[in-house]
Structures are given as structure tokens and as C-alpha cells.
Design a protein around this ligand. Structure first.
Ligand code: B16
Ligand code: MG
Length: 210
């Protein structure tokens, strides 16, 4: 293996609580029931698909595309206000040290995130320079489990898919990695997913595979 591609939310940082708070505000304003179990289904899923999942509980009149775009914009506005409070202390030392050690051992590192806010988040936590390439929600048209975000990451790194490890917390992300022809490492939620090639409990366990 020559490269590692990391998911962002749930692997490098934990912004799911901010996604939850921001979607919850929007759902409350719309009178839609929303809880943490539904929020769990939004892991790794794009903003537009997340909205559709939340709208499964919506009982009002049909919403136009414009209204949906407005709802997503409003959620993103709240989400970015919450992200603004992030600092480098929001990244575990273990994560920073493991990324540095992988680099030292000669591996290329990329980000492979569905988020359009990925660069903003990396900037806030001072990790922008830790990656050789960034593939995120701004350069894809199809979201996980489609392999596009990871194939783009491999292309940006100049590596073949079969030479890449993907580290993911979402089931949809593990499926995307396998669809890309890559090795999938499950952490967090995805540590319980049988389709992952390897399952790890802690970020530094990655060093056992290289
Ligand atoms: P945004 P990841 C994903 O990040 C989140 O897990 C998912 O909950 C979110 O809807 C998606 O990014 C899009 O985020 O609204 O910021 O574009 O896990 O792929 O790093
Ligand atoms: Mg994730």
C-alpha cells in the first residue's frame, strides 16, 4: 500500500454533534420530528440526501426545490457558526502524531470527505498541511457509497486505487471504498461493519498495518 485516504467527520474530527444541532434547529422550525437515531443515518451522507432523510417525517405540503435549497442553506449557516468555535485542540494528539508518523514512513495522505466544509474545518484545526491532497464535497457529483470521492483522492495523489487504504467511520464510506477497489479500514461506527477489510478501535492502530 502506498497511500491512506481519510474520511473527515467521525475519523479526524467529530463534527456530527454540530450537524445534529444544526439539523435539529431546522427540523424544529419546520415542526419535523428529529432525533439522534435519525442523525446517525446522516453519517457520510451528502447535505441534500441528509435533508431528504429528515423530510421522511415531514407531513406538510410538498416543498419546492427552492425551498429545499433554502433549508440546506439555513442548516449550513447554523453549522458553520458552530464550526467557528473549533480549535486545534479538537484534534486528538493521537491523530496528529499518527498522521505525522505515516508521512515519515513514506505514505501519501489524502482526505476523502463528503463535506463541502472540509477545508474550512481543516483550517480551523490546523491540519490543512497534513494532507498531500484533498477530495471533498466540492469536487464530486455523487456521494458515498459511490466511489467518486475516493477515486478522485487517489487521482489527486497520483496513486492506483488498489494501492490505497481508506479509513472510514460510516457504512456508506466502507461501501464506497470497496466500490473503488480499495482496502477499507473501519473505525468508530464502521468498526462493527463486516465489509471492512480491517477494523480498528483506536486511530494509532493504523500503524500496525504499515
Ligand atoms: P456538508 P464526512 C460528511 O462528512 C458528514 O458525515 C455528513 O453528516 C454530512 O452531511 C456530509 O459530510 C456533508 O457535509 O453539509 O458540510 O457539505 O464524514 O464525509 O467527512
Ligand atoms: Mg464520516
Amino acid at each position: 500500500m502506498k497511500a491512506f485516504i481519510f474520511d473527515l467527520d467521525g475519523v479526524i474530527v467529530f463534527t456530527d454533534k454540530f450537524h445534529y444541532q444544526a439539523w435539529k434547529k431546522m427540523a424544529d422550525e419546520m415542526g419535523i420530528y428529529f432525533d439522534e437515531t435519525i442523525n446517525n443515518r446522516l453519517r457520510g451522507v451528502s447535505r441534500a440526501e441528509s435533508l431528504e432523510i429528515i423530510l421522511e417525517r415531514y407531513e406538510g405540503p410538498a416543498l419546492s426545490q427552492e425551498k429545499k435549497a433554502e433549508l440546506m442553506e439555513s442548516k449550513n449557516h447554523t453549522y458553520r457558526e458552530l464550526l467557528a468555535s473549533m480549535t486545534p485542540a479538537d484534534v486528538a494528539d493521537e491523530v496528529r502524531e499518527t498522521l505525522a508518523e505515516l508521512h515519515k514512513r513514506g505514505y501519501k495522505l489524502a482526505l476523502g470527505s463528503s463535506s463541502k466544509n472540509a477545508k474550512f474545518i481543516l483550517e480551523k484545526v490546523d491540519l490543512l498541511d497534513a494532507f498531500d491532497a484533498i477530495s471533498d464535497g466540492t469536487n464530486i457529483t455523487k456521494s458515498k457509497p459511490d466511489p467518486e470521492v475516493f477515486l478522485k483522492a487517489a487521482e489527486f495523489l497520483g496513486e492506483k486505487p488498489e494501492d490505497c487504504f481508506v479509513v472510514e467511520d460510516a457504512y456508506a464510506g466502507i461501501d464506497a471504498a470497496k466500490n473503488a477497489g480499495m482496502q477499507a479500514v473501519g473505525i468508530g461506527d464502521a468498526a462493527g461493519y463486516e465489509k471492512a477489510d480491517k477494523r480498528i478501535q483506536s486511530f494509532r492502530d493504523l500503524l500496525n498495518y504499515v
